[in-house]
Design a protein around this ligand. Structure first.
Ligand code: TEU
Length: 559
């Protein structure tokens, strides 16, 4: 393994296997399909691949409903395929991070089948069961993150069980030491298989307030999350995993933190705390949620976006934490469509988002398709959607009185399926993703947006990412430079500097379709590295062109 904290100069490529590359004609991507494309990923300079769940699962939540934690679902291939993937990654000096989903299991898991069979079954306390309330309804008023109540009634034993997500995703009871031991065994199994790291799904939800009180709605959103988010024992549980598995195997780990705080993320990711290497937080991806409501629409608040990014940069630096940097993932619509112009200025916008993110402190994540500038698809009807959350929310929006057209429009803008269409490889049938019928439609723009064109065009978004990823390896100020915001609330410009003893990097991004002249604050006699649009000016401080006080930025231009 590499030196301590080697991952601070790495970039992670996130693979949603279901939509990456299908080698069997099943219409679903598979592990062999990923192995086949490792040189494409390596070509970016990536050294960590995050593979999302490929375990046995009924696929109600595309694998985040795990029915056997130490298996490979046949639709994705075999354990031998997995071993070959590990081997082929190591040959390329690449590392594998796999997804661990242990806040909940599928109700198809044998543990749950045992638990639901009787109240005194030894597995009963692997999950969270409660008697009905006085009125026979759910034990409290907590709401599922996918809509509806967070409790499901089990006829067989006359009790409810907790499901913070889909009704087929039963929350595990981490108070039960046997559950924690099962998790240690699962982590050890995969560490022994040679994986180099874990991404831990909604890991800050595992410690619940076991009084299970009603949420009185006194604080937004009033859905009960304050009784299980960053809960009383969460740091204790994470330290146990670190001490028993992460440290002994020298693993790189990232915690997905749902609705968390800066203070907790500092504790989750400060090396001295011995918890995670880094954390995902989502506040910057809620600046287009009116009053934090995901299922209402408003144009995004640019100043709020810059404020939050700056708050987390400065806060985590001062606190000694470490950010996972991302615009995109499988749960979010494409940032290219959400924050910039994915049509008239698609290339410029994709490069702008890449430069803006990769100049920050943290470990950047590239979600499949982001590196070739994939936009949100054009949707034609509700039956094109597959995501359980989107389908649930459509019905809920109608119940709330939205017209079918309004509800469908909201789903089209917000659906997680926006980022789950198959990866376009070629200008050919089904974009070269499958020889069969894809599980979800292929975006018809594959003719001019596909991986082959991207690799062949030296001016492509793909090669812009490659340069940024390489720069992170060769420019220490990207890793340790202090973050200084420069744009002073400019309506279209986001500008910041990174500075250490010897170097300074200035990143200026024009989030508008206007040509903008921007004056760097006099205080900053900027001398250092400037990203001149897609070309990167690299020299030493003496040779680098002094940024004159006025810089001119093209529409969606950045440097
Ligand atoms: O995501 C949890 C999460 O934060 C989002 O799903 C978000 O809560 C949801 O979109 C409501 O806004 C993780 C996985 O990334 C996601 O794919 C799974 O569906 C979820 O956990 C349950 O495992």
């Amino acid at each position: 393994k590499r030196g301590k904290d080697w991952w601070r100069t790495s970039t992670v490529y996130q693979v949603y296997p279901k939509s990456f590359n299908d080698t069997t004609g099943s219409g679903t991507g598979d592990i062999k399909g990923l192995t086949e494309k490792l040189d494409y990923i390596r070509g970016l300079g990536i050294d960590i691949v995050w593979l999302q769940p490929v375990y046995i699962s009924p696929q109600n939540d595309n694998g985040y409903d795990v029915a056997d934690y130490t298996s490979i679902d046949p639709v994705y291939g075999t354990m031998e395929d997995f071993d070959e993937l590990v081997f082929q990654l190591k040959r390329r000096d690449m590392h594998l991070m796999i997804d661990i989903v242990v806040n909940h299991s599928s109700t198809e898991h044998r543990w749950f089948k045992e638990a639901r069979s009787s109240k005194d079954n030894p597995y009963r306390d692997y999950y969270i069961w409660k008697d009905p309330a006085e009125d026979g309804g759910p034990p409290n008023n907590w709401q599922s993150k996918f809509g509806g109540p967070a409790w499901q009634y089990d006829e067989g034993t006359g009790q409810y069980f907790l499901t913070l997500f889909d009704k087929t995703q039963a929350d595990l009871n981490w108070e039960n030491q046997k559950v924690r031991q099962e998790v240690m065994d699962i982590l050890t199994f995969w560490a022994e298989k040679g994986v180099d790291g874990f991404r831990m799904d909604v890991i800050n939800l595992i410690s619940k307030d076991h009084r299970f009180p009603d949420d009185d709605g006194s604080t937004s959103p009033g859905d009960g999350r304050k009784f299980y988010t960053d809960g009383p024992k969460v740091h204790e549980y994470i330290k146990e995993m670190n001490q028993k598995v992460f440290r002994p195997y020298n693993l790189v780990t990232v915690g997905e933190m749902s609705s968390t705080t800066l203070e907790h993320c500092i504790r989750y990711s400060r090396p001295e705390e011995n918890e995670f290497s880094m954390t995902f937080s989502f506040h910057h991806l809620k600046v287009d949620y009116p009053n934090g409501q995901k299922w209402e629409l408003k144009p995004y608040d640019f100043e709020e976006l810059k404020r939050i990014l700056s708050y987390w940069q400065i806060g985590m630096q001062e606190g000694g934490g470490w950010n996972a940097l991302f615009w995109n993932n499988h749960d979010q619509p494409r940032a290219l469509s959400r924050f910039t112009d994915d049509t008239r200025y698609r290339q410029e916008s994709a490069k702008l988002l890449a430069t803006t993110l990769h100049g920050l402190q943290g470990t950047p994540y590239v979600y499949q398709g982001e590196e070739i500038g994939l936009p949100d698809p054009k949707w034609n009807s509700m039956d094109e959607f597959r995501d359980i959350e989107s389908r649930n929310m459509y019905d809920i929006l109608l119940q709330k009185g939205k017209s079918p057209e309004e509800a469908e429009h909201i789903i089209q803008v917000r659906s997680r399926d926006n980022s789950r269409l198959p990866m376009p490889w070629e200008n050919q049938e089904q974009a070269g993703f499958t020889k069969g019928t894809p599980w979800i439609k292929v975006d018809e723009r594959y003719r001019d947006i596909n991986a082959r064109l991207a690799v062949e065009d030296p001016e492509s978004i793909y090669h812009h990412y490659r340069k940024l990823i390489e720069l992170r390896k060769s420019l220490p100020v990207l890793t340790d430079g202090a973050y200084i915001r420069l744009d002073e609330g400019h309506p279209q410009i986001y500008a910041y500097a990174r500075r250490n003893a010897g170097e300074m990097l200035v990143v200026i991004s024009n989030f508008s379709d206007q040509e903008i002249s921007f004056r760097l604050p006099e205080s900053l006699k900027a001398s250092g590295y400037a990203f001149e649009n897609a070309k990167l000016l690299i020299g030493n401080v003496k040779e680098a062109p002094r940024l004159d006080v006025i810089v001119r930025l093209a529409p969606y231009g950045s440097f």
